[in-house]
Design a protein around this ligand. Structure first.
Ligand code: AMP
Length: 425
């Protein structure tokens, strides 16, 4: 029996991988404009990092991590998300000492969560995210939100809903927490076992429960917005005010709490409103995490960031029916007939490639007709045919596949000829 791909993972084959490259290139280009630089961190970290940052009571830490012991008996975990590692690196590399704060970073790479696979949910998925660490200016919250909306817009996505909320500062969260406990405690027996544990540990997370979503107490739960202190209220209205000024529309949803422990103040998600997108519509999640740098051993350095997965980005592009502006064609395919022509085509294809063109040839010793068909299948812009007659004259026949015309050019001018023709188009 052959070995199959693990559940919840996928192979990204040619034809698909170009879409990934396209989205990554847009995201990187937008980051360049907003002045965010790339950071690359390891794919595995000490398990402790995620326990301390993501939070012991979260689904990620309790149920979803790929944790293993290495040969030195250290507990390591394949990263389930990006923020924890970026903040660890910020602390470890003393980036808080850089004169220009916040430090603005982006990352991309695979994340791993042992979740129940379904459409839009994988066990290995690729996130693209940014973090701005070292400023508590509400303008940076607006910048980070504007950045992600800019990425979506640059790719052509339109059917989006930006949802935002404020989780407030520690004082506001504590007041809200007490109100949540008072609300749920009398009837907590009607909730799932997870929610019963959450009540004492982190009652905010009850609002995020997938099982008890429809319980009547969910709809009437106290809203965080009623517990924000003056400072938190001012902060939130600054952020929304900046967004208004930038013409970025949004919906305020007091029930948006986000799954991870480290968030405070601004929390946001971007949802797809495209028809037929599927059950899971969240494209991107982000928020502010003012205590996290300190929790991980650094100074008091407030941060904000977001992450989206490329998988759901591609799904949204397809649900909106956006045409992929991908150029998969080959510039030139060489058809060689006879032993000597085949030998010569080794150098010819190399010359085309060193001239910056994409070029290929036959490697299956096929007849002329089959080689021409291959050239067609590969969408070649030019087909260059080298037979005995051409060889005798040191020339080659070049067919312009789009125009349907052909010309006979000196062999040593092939690359220049194709290049000039391509540039003229
Ligand atoms: P989170 O870190 O859970 O807030 O997720 C941030 C974003 O990552 C989500 O909005 C999704 O776009 C994406 N994401 C999270 N989990 C998965 C998954 N299992 N499969 C694919 N994408 C995911």
């Amino acid at each position: 029996m052959s070995v199959k791909i693990p559940r919840g993972t996928q192979d990204i084959l040619p034809g698909q991988s170009e879409k990934w490259q396209y989205i990554e290139s847009i995201a990187k280009e937008v980051c360049r404009r907003y002045h965010y630089k790339e950071i690359r961190t390891p794919i595995f970290e000490h398990t402790e990092l995620f326990k301390r940052s993501v939070g012991d009571t979260t689904d990620i830490v309790q149920k979803e991590m790929y944790t293993f012991e290495d040969r030195g008996e250290r507990s390591l975990t394949l990263r389930p998300e990006g923020t924890a590692a970026v903040v660890r690196s910020f602390v470890e590399n003393k980036m808080f000492g850089i004169p220009d704060q916040p430090v603005k970073l982006f990352y991309t790479g695979p994340m791993f969560r042992y979740e129940r696979p379904q459409s839009g949910r994988y066990r290995q998925f690729v996130q693209f995210g940014v973090e701005a660490i070292g400023s508590e200016d509400p303008a940076i919250d607006a910048e980070v939100i504007a950045l992600v909306m800019d990425i979506y817009k640059s790719a052509g996505l339109k059917k989006l809903n930006l949802v935002i909320n404020s989780l407030g500062d520690a004082e506001s969260r504590n007041a809200h927490r007490a109100a949540l406990i008072a609300h749920f405690e009398p009837r907590i027996g009607e909730f799932c076992a997870d929610c019963q544990t959450r009540l004492a540990q982190n009652p905010l997370r009850i609002l995020d429960c997938k099982k008890d979503r429809d319980h009547e107490l969910m709809g009437t739960a106290p809203s965080i917005l009623d517990y924000l202190n003056e400072e938190s209220k001012t902060y939130f209205s600054k952020v929304t005010g900046y967004l208004d000024g930038l013409g970025i529309s949004y919906t305020i949803d007091p029930k948006l709490v986000r799954g991870l422990d480290y968030y405070n103040h601004t929390a946001f998600e971007v949802m797809s409103e495209a028809e037929g997108f599927g059950a899971i519509t969240t494209l991107c999640g982000g928020g502010r995490y003012n205590g996290l740098v300190q929790d991980l051993g650094g100074p008091d350095s407030p941060g904000i960031g977001f992450a989206f997965s490329i998988e759901r980005f591609i799904a949204a592009m397809e649900a909106e029916g956006i045409k992929w502006p991908l150029d998969n064609g080959l510039d030139c395919y060489i058809v060689a007939l006879g032993e000597e022509a085949k030998d010569r085509s080794v150098a010819l294809v190399h010359q085309l490639r060193t001239a910056g063109l994409s070029a290929d040839r036959d490697y299956q010793d096929r007849k002329m007709k089959a080689q021409l068909k291959a050239s067609d299948r590969q969408n070649a812009r030019f087909t260059a045919i080298l037979g005995e007659d051409e060889l005798a004259e040191n020339r080659i026949t070049v067919k312009d596949m789009a125009a349907g015309s052909q010309e006979n050019v000196p062999l040593n001018e092939l690359a220049q000829y194709v290049k000039t023709k391509m540039e003229a188009n």
